[in-house]
Design a protein around this ligand. Sequence first.
Ligand SMILES: [Zn+2]
Length: 164
Amino acid sequence: MKWWKLAVFASIAWVLLLVTLTAGVIWYVSARPLGVKEADAREELVGMLVGALLGGGLVAIWLGAYIWHKVRTNRVAAVTAADLGLSDFAPCPACSSRRVQKVTYTWWGGLLGPALFRHVKCLNCGATFNGLTGKSNAVPIAIYLGVGIALVVVAVIAWIHWAM
Ligand SMILES: [Zn+2]
């Protein structure tokens, strides 16, 4: 299925779900009458809530579907290129295979880290390395993790300082 068709279906399902929920809330509210002023304030609140849920949900659905589509096409393109021997990457430092695939996501760097260090994986032996230089990425990864942890620590200290 095309990614945008999936997103369209998900959007319709989301709208229907919200309409059902809103109808439920309206039914619940109308069963418990309040003064005119309170009813108006409550209507406004429900309207805002439904609007935020609708907008946020639709943005999340389309963003998620688009990223999923991008990741999938990237993976297919990388595998095809590697199989044809058209890889733009350096050969594997462990087994010198040229069947190398770009890594889009890692536990240590999320989406940003592997892109930053041109992190690739050997399809022959599974070693990961820098696809541009053909050398190990161990030191850059260690620095990246160190800087990341330092930033988190600084943020936590700043937050504690601000909260006191
Ligand atoms: Zn290898």
